[in-house]
Design a protein around this ligand. Structure first.
Ligand code: PRP
Ligand code: ZN
Length: 291
């Protein structure tokens, strides 16, 4: 058991696919902490929370048992461990698929071809229910790691493992065959912490910040000057320019226009704005939006 110091804890993956984005999210929430992969605890200096860096597979149990009050974990691991925790919000990063992959030259073409084959995996629970749903009878070979090696070691015929970029599968001569589960990172909380008044207040504060940074994600703040008589035209050419703020400038007949635009269209929008008479266009990143 871990020693506790009475402060609330959020568990994140120590070293892996979710680590960097988890740290970035907490920093975007204004939490100030030094993150070192070697150290278990990183206290936040400006928020009542300690960051606990552990193996991702341990996070569901730690949050369920209250060793950590909060956790950032992939839905894949959460489902496999069937931990009793409260899911607060999907985080939009750590996207991956749990997939069945087969050796390049395998004859497997449809799901029923998996009948009688040995499937190596670290996700036996999810795989079992997938096979049951598809009425397929395969042997599940439960592995603890290095799943992609199983076919070449003849420990299994095919594998069921996480695919993110697909590099690992390719590197081991495997062809992805079908998706068992789609997953992303989620923020979860211990059930008792959710009911504890003091802890709940801190969780709620954190949630407002998480939602704020999610709202801001992929958006830019746009400011420009334009002749007052072009405002109608500017609004028309750019449908994404919803309810902009229009402020008169000292120079008569000129206005300043402020609006929020989506990151992926902002170059497009800027070019059109310029053509429609806007000048001095400034685009700045948005850190948070609190509604
Ligand atoms: C998975 C999987 C592969 C890798 C696939 O591990 O086991 O090793 O990611 O990624 P790729 O398609 O981008 O090559 P995961 O990060 O889920 O963590 P784990 O080591 O805790 O199983
Ligand atoms: Zn893991």
């Amino acid at each position: 058991m871990l020693a506790t110091n009475g402060r609330m804890k959020i568990a994140i993956q120590r070293n892996g696919r979710l680590t960097e984005d988890s740290v970035a999210l907490l920093r975007a929430c204004g939490l100030s902490f030094e993150f070192q992969k070697q150290s278990l605890y990183s206290p936040c200096s400006n928020f009542d929370l300690d960051v606990l860096a552990i193996r991702d597979d341990d996070i569901p149990e730690y949050v369920q048992d209250g060793v950590a009050d909060l956790g950032i974990i992939g839905e894949n691991v959460l489902l496999e461990r069937s931990a009793r925790v409260h899911q607060l919000v999907p985080l939009g990063f750590g996207g991956c698929k749990l997939m069945i992959s087969v050796p390049q030259r395998s004859a497997v073409r449809k799901i029923s071809d998996l009948n009688g084959l040995r499937i190596g995996t670290t996700y036996p629970t999810i795989l079992k229910s997938f096979l049951k749903d598809h009425k397929v009878r395969s042997e599940i070979v439960e592995l603890s790691g290095s799943v992609e090696l199983a076919p070449s070691l003849n420990v299994a015929d095919v594998i069921c493992d996480i695919v993110s970029t697909g590099t690992t599968a390719k590197m081991y001569g495997l062809r992805t065959f079908c998706t068992v589960l789609e997953s992303q990172a989620v923020l979860v909380a211990n059930l008792a912490s959710m009911r504890d008044k003091k802890k709940r207040a801190i969780i709620d504060r954190l949630m407002i910040r998480v939602q704020g940074s999610q709202e801001a994600g992929g958006k830019r703040y746009l400011m420009m000057n334009a002749p007052a008589n072009s405002v109608a035209r500017l609004k028309r050419v750019i449908p994404s320019l919803k309810s902009p703020t229009v402020v008169p400038l000292a120079e008569t007949g000129m206005v300043a226009i402020h609006s929020v635009v989506a990151e992926d269209v902002f170059w497009d929008v800027m070019e059109k704005l310029k053509k429609a008479g806007a000048s001095d266009i400034i685009v700045v990143p948005i850190e948070t939006i609190i509604r």
